[in-house]
Design a protein around this ligand. Structure first.
Ligand code: FO1
Length: 319
């Protein structure tokens, strides 16, 4: 079975661990969000690609869900001693090595997709990890601070401001000119099922879908497309997805997120059992819906979620 997953950071990476356990023989291609990428200290940092790579490769800091296990911060402290920031973004020494290798290879002319493949040679995530695009896409968030409206980088909004102010707009800058990375459209065309994990529908999955050609390829693939709600009980399971959902006019409910993707794209949708009352509304929107436990509390629970997604895909196929 060939499975394509559109993944953001922590939610996508943890779901993939369960998917690998649920379907050990499947050929899994992960299309990773690169809208969160940021250039810092002359280096290119790809948080979502790295979170998937480290999580599946056994190098992740399990508590925080991003960055490396057994991390130290000597380099960041030395930079701070020179007054060089930003201090609000926690890059550790081990993690820095990844960004140095990536930046060196990019400077030598390799595209991000080839660089990602090279980095994965070390981590062996057990999936094929492809960035959504080799072209630069950077998510910016329009905010109002001290009466002044401005656009800031997504990481500044997420990490420095902790999404504490309203997002007026979320713009994946460069997405309209970006091309899908080599292998992205091919993987979708050859897939037996496409899965949207419980990743952020706006700044993760939404950014991937904003690359011209990807949404169309998924809609036209003629295979089941199933998603898992990142909203449980009207609140994001993790992160501050409600803030960016509000920016695109979508309420933070499992049903509203399904409607946001729409039946033109999505065939099946899993909501948590606490949101069982949403099943009817989602079905009325033309999307098959089931209520199952959706909290990724441990690997067994996550594996069961992945199984449920694959079962729903079968039901969609048979319908
Ligand atoms: N998230 C934080 O909340 N604080 C950080 O300092 C931080 C640093 C960081 C460094 C490397 C990396 O790969 C991820 C990092 N993240 C950090 C996570 C990241 O900001 C976001 O959670 C994702 O971009 C959203 O998917």
């Amino acid at each position: 079975m060939r499975i394509v997953v559109l993944a953001g950071g922590i939610g996508g990476a943890r779901f993939l661990r369960g998917l690998k356990q649920a379907a050990p023989d499947a050929d899994v291609t992960v299309i990773g969000n690169t809208g969160d990428d940021i250039h810092l200290f002359g280096l290119k940092v790809c948080p979502d690609l790295d979170t998937v790579m480290y999580t599946l490769g056994g190098g992740i800091n399990e508590e925080q869900g991003w960055g490396r296990a057994d991390e130290t911060f000597h380099l960041k402290e030395e930079l701070a001693a020179y007054g060089v920031g930003p201090e609000w973004f926690g890059l550790g020494d081990r993690d820095f090595a990844t960004h140095i290798v990536r930046t060196q290879m990019l400077s030598a002319g390799y595209p991000l997709s080839a660089v990602t493949e090279a980095l994965c040679d070390r981590w062996k995530p057990g999936v094929r990890l492809i960035p959504m695009s080799d072209d630069r896409v950077e998510t910016h968030v329009a905010v109002e601070v001290d009466g002044e409206r401005k656009a800031i980088h997504f990481q500044e909004y997420w990490v420095r401001l902790r999404a504490s102010v309203d997002a007026h707009a979320v713009v994946p800058v460069g997405a309209d000119q970006a091309k899908p990375a080599p292998g992205v459209l091919e993987a979708i065309a050859e897939a037996d099922v496409v899965i949207f994990p419980p990743s952020n529908p706006v700044v993760s999955v939404g950014t991937i879908l904003a690359v011209p050609g990807i949404r169309e390829a998924i809609a036209d693939a003629g295979v089941p497309v199933v998603g898992l709600s990142p909203i449980v009980g009207d609140a994001p399971v993790r992160g501050m997805a409600d803030k960016v959902l509000a920016a695109v006019g979508v309420e933070s409910t499992a049903a509203a997120v399904a409607e946001h993707y729409g039946s033109g794209l999505l065939d099946g949708w899993l909501v948590d059992t606490v949101d069982a009352s949403a099943v009817e509304r989602v079905a009325a929107a033309g999307i098959q819906c089931r209520a199952v436990p959706l909290m990724m509390t441990d690997l067994d629970a996550t594996t069961e979620m992945a199984r449920q997604a694959l079962t729903l895909a079968e039901e969609v196929r048979d319908a």
